[in-house]
Write a protein that binds this ligand. Sequence first.
Ligand SMILES: Cc1cc2nc3c(=O)[nH]c(=O)nc-3n(C[C@H](O)[C@H](O)[C@H](O)COP(=O)(O)O)c2cc1C
Length: 146
Amino acid sequence: MSDILVVYGTESGNSEMAADDIAASFSGRGVTAEVKSMEDVSVSDLSSVSQLVVVTSTYGEGELPETSAPFFADLEAEQPDLSGVRFFAFGLGDSTYTKFNNAIDIMVSKLLELGAVQVGETGRHDAASGKSVTLVANAWVEQVYN
Ligand SMILES: Cc1cc2nc3c(=O)[nH]c(=O)nc-3n(C[C@H](O)[C@H](O)[C@H](O)COP(=O)(O)O)c2cc1C
């Protein structure tokens, strides 16, 4: 079993790329990581995950992308006890929108409400910055996991 589960929700693929980069970065630090789409994760299995990385972009007007929304709805409906889960959070957005990176904040609030404990600060990629997702994701892993 992997040491860490990286789950992503995306609309156009950037968050999947970030999730892969984050997993590779953890692996480079000797931590095995498995990457899954939020669509393929059963919320009832989360309680047994000790370390989780949540990656999501923001769509619409500060909303969750379509592939993150069912995962979030299941968290709301099933209210799993996540008190044994440590999680890291990384969001992708664009600061030209008023609700910059709002979806990852929605996700973080829900995980905290369910008892999970956040490790480090939420990472935020800004598409308007022109910086590569890979560089920002790798720098974030270095900051939250050292
Ligand atoms: C229609 C549309 C709406 C968006 N709305 C927001 C938003 O409200 N806030 C934000 O920070 N970024 C917003 N974005 C930017 C995306 O989150 C950003 O491009 C991100 O890199 C996309 O990642 P993804 O490919 O994983 O979905 C929006 C992008 C599009 C195309």
